[in-house]
Every structure is written in structure tokens, then in C-alpha cells.
Design a protein around this ligand. Sequence first.
Ligand code: GTP
Ligand code: SPV
Ligand code: MN
Length: 589
Amino acid sequence: MATPLEKWVEEQAKLTKPDEIYWCDGSEEEARRIVEKGIKQEKVGEHHIFHELNHKTWPNSYWHRSHPTDVARAEHLTYVCYPDKDTAGPTNNWMDPKEAKALLTRLSDGCMRGRTMYVLPYMMGHPDSPYAKACVQLTDVSYVAVSMRIMTRVDKSVLEKIGARDDFVRGLHSVGDLDPDKRFIMHFPDEHLVWSIGSGYGGNALLGKKCFSLRIASRLGLQEGWLAEHMVILGIEDPRGNITYVTVAMPSACGKTNLAMLESSLPGYKVWTIGDDIAWLNIGSDGRLYAINPETGLFGVAPGTSMKTNPNMLRALKAGKFYPTLFTNTALDVAANEPWWEGLNDSNSKNLLDWEGKPWDKSKGAKAAHPNSRFTVSIYNSPALSKEFDNPKGVPISAIILGGRRTHLIPLITEAFNWQHGVFLGARNSSETTAAAVHQVGVVRRDPMAMLPFCGYHMGDYFRHWLNIGKRLAHPPKIFSVNWFRVDDEGEFIWPGFGENIRVLKWIVDRVNNRVGAKETPLGLIPELNDLDLQGLNIDKEKFEKLFEIKPSQWQEELQEMGSFLNQFGKRLPLEIQQEYKKLEGQLK
Ligand code: GTP
Ligand code: SPV
Ligand code: MN
């Protein structure tokens, strides 16, 4: 008798009609064969899926260009499908599940003709972890198949784990004909199903990532009493050798990967990587919050990454330990056969192909690499990988940090007065939009807990869930907000960022360990001037003070926007959040 998994694969094949079905085992040898196929046979439009880069300088690395209309997450084409719209809430696109499936069935009929259907059994989380989930993704493109091997634990042993069970997580993915009018990323949380067609890019196509591990997992977390968050997990080692574990939520392209890989500028301090994008947070039997990273790879923004800003990332990209490393929509230095992007170095090469594969003419002013060009590399290639990475229990979290990209208003660092106030800090989080999703870049939008595009259900219920988790914690983490992006009158970033962010992390570690006091402001607690270690940093006092400036007159518009954003959650907005809002409004009058 066929198992539920076999039956499901057969049904999807009947609909999508691939030429062949290939069950992946997750081995390196297999990945090499799939990459080879992407170099020689498979295409995106006119060009092949992969181009082999110079393996002397960039070991095991390949260049990939996606379709020019398909370079970022498509939030406007992303839906969550519950029988009733209210469960999705006002911040998600919604479609009735029956209607959505009818539409997708029409679009998927024969969509894999002429192609191979790869069956990818994979785990999100370490297989021994009680929090891990067994999943299967189907895809018809080699780029997605090998990306999944980097980003998740693809392994044939997952098939044994699933066995005759029916509760595995399902993902059906096809690039279709890459027509943006036929592109949809649909979620059916009640069935643990993601169905995505028409895109081969990142979060639209690697269904274990944003689709399952955030949108659907956040819903599971609500039902089961845990949190799925858009967060980095890192360990901060201090000169005494103690390691403090923290998570950091920031919207897309706001610095999570950079924080996860941070090389400290302060002697004696070191950052250990556990995750750069997603954290699953569970309450341990000791009443503390424990975090695991369900992923095994880094899918990071290339532009701005250099030996100066993020040396550990460059080391990981050149390690070549785990096969393969991918570069998507960067430029190509033809003579050296190496990837290139703005900020990597001052390339003098006259022979660059841009991300669309066209000869690059610097004088025309266009960027050579797409602003959302990325690398995909195994976390096991990171020179700073924490020894706790594979710990099935996860690591105990002492601080939760929330951040965004704000050129004005938001201080460098603020500490919440308590958990409830911290949830409010998260609820009022906002950021200037980036190229990580298809939309206008650089406009301020509200982005609670950096989860606006990823919370798979009503955000009013989500805030309530956070408040409830806090009540269940005997030792709740302290909550902080950070902003590296405040600018001076000339529009230049005041804070040097990157490796210097360790100074802010150090203050957080000191606060968590009750080593320093803090100053009260209407927004929360901020450092006493002498407690933020600025030794060796060339920053003038006036500018430094601007990083903490709070002018009530400048806050009125912000308060209004915050208020109307929160109001849309209606009766589902917890009273506690309304009270915190009122308090802040009163203090900034
Ligand atoms: P996703 O993978 O989209 O979720 O994004 P992320 O939050 O991991 O973003 P990432 O670390 O890849 O950084 C995005 C951009 O922000 C890159 O261009 C970085 O160079 C830049 N960046 C990161 N940290 C800092 C910082 O401390 N200061 C400044 N000015 N820029 C930064
Ligand atoms: C993000 O956009 O937040 C990312 C990249 O981390 S993607 O995988 O495309 O979601
Ligand atoms: Mn992300």
C-alpha cells in the first residue's frame, strides 16, 4: 500500500506532469550531478541555470541569474488561505482555500512538462530536536533543489521519519513559465501546505524558509504555545568567557546576517553564529526561553559585504567546505571569472557582466549587481559557528532585540521597562523598505517584530500571544530596540555600524547581568554616557548625542501613524498595547 507521502507525490505528478520524478537523498555527489545539469541543460529563459566560477579563488561556487522580473519576494502575490478572512487579519492577503486551490490547479496543470520533479525530504531543525519538523518539497528547478540542500537538512533519513505519517509539511513548487501574472505564493496553514508557482527566487521558492518556518510555523506556534520569529540568534562571549545568547528581529535587508557574523572591534569580545534569519522560540522546563535555528544556511544580501564590513562572511563564502556556494544576481567579473557586487572592492575590471548578463557600463550609473543580489552558503562554512548550533534543545535567551532602518527619531539603543512594554516596542517597530521585496524602496512602514510580511495570522492575536508567552516565562528575556541607521544633517549614517555594533551588544550584556544602570526616557531606558564603551571610536560628542535625541515635536506624526496602524486590529488589539500607546502619547505631549 502506498504511504500518504507516496500518494501525495503521485497526485502532484499527475497534475504537473513532469517528464521524470527524482527522489533526492541529500548527498554531495547528488548535488554535484544536479548542479551539472543546471550548467549544461536546464535554463531560465535563454541562459543556463548555473555558471561555474573560479574555484581557485571561490571554491565550489556557482553564479545564478534569475528571471529579471523575479528578483525578490513578491508580497503582493503572497496569500494565506483560511476558510474565514478574519483569521488572516488585515495585514495579509487572503483567499478562500477552495478558490485558491481551483486557481492553482488551473495554473499547475502540466506546468512541469519537459522538466524533472525533484522530491526533497528535509528537516527544519536538528532531527533530534523535539521542536524539529519533517517536511517534503517538490520543485522543478535545479537551483531550488541545491539551494534547499544548503538551507535545510535534506536527507533520505527524513523519509523513514515520515514513514506512514500524514502530518509532514508539504510544499509544491514550480517555476511555471515565470509569468508574473501567473505567480502566486499560497499558504494553507490548516493543512501544513505551501503551494508556489511562477517564481524561482528565495523566499518565494525555498518553501521551508519564510513560507513554512515563519508563516505556517507562526500559526502552529500560536496553537502549540511557542513563537516562530524573523530573528538572528547569536552568542556574545565576554572577556570572562561567559556567553550570553540573544535574538535580534530586524526587517529584511536591515542587518541580521551582518550581526550574526559580526567580528568584534572590542578586545575580548566574540560573537558566535547560530542563525541569521529565523528563530523558533520555546519555553524550557526551567522557565527560560530557548531558541533554535531551523535552517542550516545563510541567504544573505551581497551588496555592501566586504572584508571591511563583514570579514567572517567573506571567509565563509571562500571556505568551500560544504558543497555548493551560490551567488544569485550579482555581477560577474569575466576576466577573473569571479562574482562581484557594489561594496566588495574597488574593481578596476573593465569587463563586467551585470546581473542581467549584459556588459556593464559604469558611466551609465546603473548598479552592476542587483540591490537584492544574494549568496547562499552553508552555515557550517562560518568560521564563527557556535558549538551549540546542533544542540537539539537550543540556547537559553537572555535578551530579545528589535530593530529597523530609521534615518530619524529612533535612538541607537533603548531598553524596554518590562515584557509588556517590550511587546509594545515590538508592535510599534517600523523600518524604511528595502529591495528584499518588490515595492517602493525607502518608505517608512510599520513592521511589528519585523514580522509584517511573515505573520501567518491576525496580528492582533499575535500581540496577545507574545503577552501570554511572557506570562509563562519565569525568567523572561529583557527586550531592547536598536537602530544603526540614524543620519546627521548631511544624510550620513552617524553610527559606524557593523563590527562596532558590538559596543551596543556589550551594553545589552551588561544590562542583562546587572552590571550597569540606565537613564529613563519616555521611550524606555538608555545608556548613561559612560556605560557605552566608545574607546578607540572617532565620533564627536554632539553627533553621538544626536543618536539618542528625543524631541516630542518630531514624534507627533509618528504617534499618529502608529495609532492608525494599531487601530486596524480593532477589538483584537490587546488592551495592554493600547495602554502602552496612551502612556507614550501622554509623555510625548
Ligand atoms: P534578510 O536576509 O533580507 O532578512 O536581511 P538581513 O537583515 O540579514 O540583512 P543583511 O545583514 O544582509 O544586511 C542588509 C544590508 O544592510 C547590507 O547591504 C549591509 O551592508 C547593510 N548593513 C548591515 N549592517 C549594517 C550596519 O550596522 N550599518 C549600516 N550602515 N549598514 C548595515
Ligand atoms: C528576506 O527577504 O527577509 C530574506 C530573503 O531573508 S528571502 O529568503 O527571499 O525571504
Ligand atoms: Mn529574512
